[in-house]
Design a protein around this ligand. Structure first.
Ligand SMILES: Nc1nc2c(ncn2[C@@H]2O[C@H](COP(=O)(O)OP(=O)(O)OP(=O)(O)O)[C@@H](O)[C@H]2O)c(=O)[nH]1
Ligand SMILES: [Mg+2]
Length: 339
């Protein structure tokens, strides 16, 4: 990694110097604007071993680039670039994604980084919140300790509060106490947790549920890298028609989360719920999952308490999470819809 410092009168001039001397792959690590009008300073970095691809080895065109007919994206960086690149670096967003999102943001006609980012997310990512009354059972799956059972309890509580009848089933007869933990929450809702020890039990339990209320299914933690655990999960997923929803904790390494999520996506995950947003500050995985795997963002959990902290993602809330100062706003405030 080679670092260089640039000083210029304006941000645009400094960015031009960076691009001229370090090339388009340079990443802005930090920007500083003198409060006393002494110009701006940029710290830029580039991987030393980055060599241009040999002729004929260029990757095919990225389908997520703007389609033909959309306005051309200005090549020259502008003032908002520094802010976005700095935010992406903080969140550990993979380099290629940082650069692509920043470039796309230049086509948005506003100087405000937040609005730019929200507009880019709107175009690039899919948002699919879990419905209050799903038509097929929601099957929560994910790695151990991801927050599946708390999410099941939150979905159940939300539905009961809205006046719906619910059925909650757990396939987690694997872990000691797995049934009791969720059972305690479901009892508080005056309901009985249904246990499914085998895929046949699950299919029968789903067939017995009432047709006019949501059905929520919890599953044991699955290590995505363990073939036996994957096969066990697959047998339950195939027992009857379900909507498999991945549950992933925020604050983990973006690449690690994307690799694990890609395995769950192959097993059928249709979208993901992110948990523990309150207990993390770096949200790079919230971008790598929709970008690398194309998984839509559903909802976010930001409290261990079942009656609190469950909100749908939107382009604006996701943008707020990326540009926020974590020390200032409580996390739930980022999910209000006004700008
Ligand atoms: N702070 C915070 N804690 C959470 C959140 N969601 C879950 N937790 C906590 O994370 C821990 C694991 O949550 P569970 O719901 O038991 O996770 P799980 O995926 O069901 O775990 P396994 O069934 O063991 O795989 C518990 O201590 C929860 O209280 C959240 O949004 N915020
Ligand atoms: Mg659990």
């Amino acid at each position: 990694m080679r670092l260089r410092y640039y000083h210029a009168t304006t941000m645009a001039e400094a960015m031009q110097q960076v691009r001229r001397e370090m090339g388009a792959d340079a990443v802005i690590i930090a920007t500083h604007k003198s409060r006393r009008g002494r110009g701006v300073e940029i710290t830029a970095a580039i991987d030393e071993d980055r060599t241009p691809p040999a002729a004929g080895t260029l990757a095919p065109a990225d389908p997520r680039q703007p389609a033909l007919g959309t306005p051309p994206i200005p090549e020259l960086p502008d003032a908002a670039d520094g802010c976005l690149l700095q935010a992406f670096a903080y969140h550990g967003v993979p380099t290629a994604l940082r650069q692509r999102l920043t470039k796309l943001s230049r086509a948005v006609e506003t100087e405000a980084p937040l609005e730019r980012l929200a507009a880019v997310f709107q175009r690039q990512f899919r948002f699919a919140p879990l419905p209050l009354q799903p038509t097929i059972p929601i099957f929560l799956l994910g790695p151990p300790g991801a927050g599946k059972s708390i999410t099941a309890a939150k979905l159940a509580t939300r539905a009961v509060v809205a006046g719906h009848k619910i059925s909650v089933i757990t396939c987690d007869t694997v872990k000691a106490g797995g049934v009791d933990q969720l059972g305690a929450f479901i009892t508080l809702l005056d309901q009985t947790l249904i246990t499914a020890e085998t895929p046949e039990d699950l299919s029968e339990a789903v067939a017995r549920t009432s047709a006019d209320g949501p059905v929520i299914i919890d599953s044991p933690g699955t290590n995505p890298y363990d073939a036996v655990e994957r096969q066990d999960l697959e047998r339950f997923l195939n027992a009857c028609p379900v909507d498999p929803v991945l549950v992933m904790p925020a604050g983990t390494d973006s690449a690690e989360a994307a690799e694990a999520a890609s395995i769950f996506a192959k097993l059928g995950a249709s979208r993901f719920v992110a948990t523990r947003l309150d207990a993390a500050r770096r949200y790079g995985s919230l971008l790598s999952l929709p970008d690398e795997i194309g998984l839509p963002l559903a909802d976010a959990s930001m409290s261990p308490f079942v009656t609190r902290g469950f909100h749908s993602f939107s382009p604006l809330s996701l943008a707020r999470l990326i540009v926020r100062d974590p020390a200032r706003n409580p996390i739930e405030a980022e999910f209000r819809e006004d700008i």
